[in-house]
Design a protein around this ligand. Structure first.
Ligand code: 3HC
Length: 284
């Protein structure tokens, strides 16, 4: 698969578009409007500049990646895509609408329609299309250019051929390490990670320890690359909240329930790195 579409160019979509273009694919990025497209383009530019500055990529390689990328606000331009990866906001009604639009636009009868959702059942998105056997979850991790993992999630209706082609693409084209998960909220990684992050937020909320000490404890004491509160800031408090809610809705287990502090901070727009303030402050 060489003609790739990525719908949504936020934190995750920009990373997915970048690695697909770096791997040599012709990537069309579709965004909702011109302003979102501009922000997505800037994100990719920043990441490429970082790779060039740190000598992981030459100037000419950077130029080749840029030449592999094109941008549009028109879904109909997805017509000739062989693989489309949806990476819009973690909101079920938005994703369902986007899947209907992708399904209507893509003409290749063998095309795979993938989603980077971290919390919405793949089957729900599949049923919004006329080709549920070609819908699959490809769940990437942030920062996408750095983290090697992809979770592969087949729904009850995903065909064996779709699963095999998507696995092959992620492994051999993108160079990712693939694990498989059933179509259950949280998949493998978030089902383990989110209760840990929520525990750290509860610890903070109860006054048990300071944000700095909670994070230092896990970085220095357990060699995690970052502490749970900084990681929640990286993921985004809104996304963490959405994943926790879907886990709680699916399993009704208290350790998946979002603590009030997370809800209030999300409602206040204190979303972490992307808003400049979460558990810690960030300069833009
Ligand atoms: N894009 C491209 N490259 C990046 C990057 C980005 N956004 N952020 C960091 N990097 C690269 C740097 O260039 C650097 O590469 P180098 O060592 O070859 O020069 C390397 O990553 C390390 O970066 P830094 O030195 O700037 O900073 P750190 O060493 O502190 O690493 C980190 C930053 C990569 C974010 C690291 O702290 C980390 O891996 N943290 C854990 C992240 C994590 O757990 N993510 C999973 C979140 S869960 C998720 O995404 C699922 C969702 O559904 C919720």
């Amino acid at each position: 698969m060489d003609r790739i579409g990525v719908v949504g160019c936020g934190l995750m979509g920009s990373g997915i578009a970048e690695i697909a273009a770096r791997a040599g694919g012709k990537v069309l990025v579709v965004e909702a409007d011109a302003a979102a497209m501009e922000r997505g383009l800037e994100r990719i530019e920043r990441s490429l500049a970082r790779a060039v500055n740190s000598k992981k990529m030459s100037e000419s390689e950077g130029a080749e990646v840029r030449a592999n990328l094109s941008f549009s606000t028109d879904f109909s331009e997805l017509a000739d895509r062989e693989l489309v990866v949806e990476a819009v906001a973690e909101d079920e009604s938005v994703k369902l609408e986007v899947f209907r639009k992708i399904d209507a636009a893509v003409e290749d009868p063998h095309a795979i329609l993938a989603t980077n959702t971290s919390s919405i059942p793949i089957i729900k998105l599949a049923m919004a299309t006329q080709r549920p056997q070609q819908v699959i979850g490809l769940h990437f991790f942030n920062p996408v250019p750095v983290l090697k993992l992809v979770e592969l999630i087949s729904s009850l209706l995903t065909s064996a051929e779709t699963t095999a082609r998507a696995r092959d693409y992620a492994t051999n084209f993108l160079g990712k390490r693939v694990i498989t998960s059933p179509d259950r909220a949280g998949f493998v990684v978030n089902a383990l990670l989110i209760p840990y992050l929520l525990s750290a937020i509860r610890m903070l909320e109860s006054g048990f320890a300071s944000p700095e000490d909670i994070d230092t404890g896990m970085v220095v004491g357990c060699a995690h690359p970052m502490g749970p509160l900084a990681l929640t800031d990286l993921i985004g408090l809104d996304t963490t909240m959405a994943v926790a809610e879907s886990l709680y809705e699916e399993f009704k287990e208290p350790h998946f329930a979002p603590p009030p502090l997370l809800s209030r901070m999300t409602q206040a727009g204190l979303l972490g790195r992307k808003s400049g303030q979460g558990f810690f402050a960030y300069r833009s």
